[in-house]
Write a protein that binds this ligand. Sequence first.
Ligand code: C5P
Length: 242
Amino acid sequence: MTETTQTAERIMVALDYATAAEAERLLRMLEGIPCYMKVGMQLFYSAGPDFVRQLKERGYKVFLDLKMHDIPNTVKGGAESITRLGVDMFNVHAAGGKRMMEAALEGVDKALNGTGARPIVIAVTQLTSTDQTVMNREIGIPGTVEDAVVRYARTAQAAGLDGVVASPREVVRIKSVCGAQFATVTPGIRPAGSAIGDQSRVMTPAEAFAQGTDYVVIGRPITGADDPRAALEGIVASIHQA
Ligand code: C5P
């Protein structure tokens, strides 16, 4: 496996599109680059499970980013259905609590029934679009974002999950508390010079990997670029240069 392939496999491209046709256009532009594909709620709610199955049939690794947050029994059922789709990774909100996260794993086990590869199950900690003011004043969680993220990560680990979604700024602390094997998936990634948009806690791809993150999630800097393929190749090159 080349260095480029290894790096590409740790880049998750956020397919934040309204239709399968638009996502397909990007897939064609990125053809041959073995990046992870992230399907979020916009595309899933329009293109549905069929699109996810097609991605898997075409050999892509798929992260289904539906951020489940509901009562444990409902999340268990959701996790069971998601696992049957054959995705490689999916997530729930850590704010749903330990029991809810355990229920997600029960749903996975029910779907697998002892056979097949278990998807990586991770928890969303604090969204990278929220800063401390929003967290304290609107959501009502006191303290720093970092402390809240670490608390969520500990709870996710205690529930048996494989890792968390967090800002790259929190990776070092998460790894020091939960161990190097506990996976971190980090959105809020902006290559030097690209627009921040609605993200608030951002880092460049190379900086995020230098922090020890396992996967970076990148959406608009690739999907919104004039030349998405060149943007992705530029990101891979910037990681190697660092
Ligand atoms: O376009 P951009 O690079 O900001 O896209 C980031 C992607 O990561 C989006 O699909 C968003 O839903 C997702 N995400 C996030 N923050 C989280 C979890 C997921 O931005 N905490």
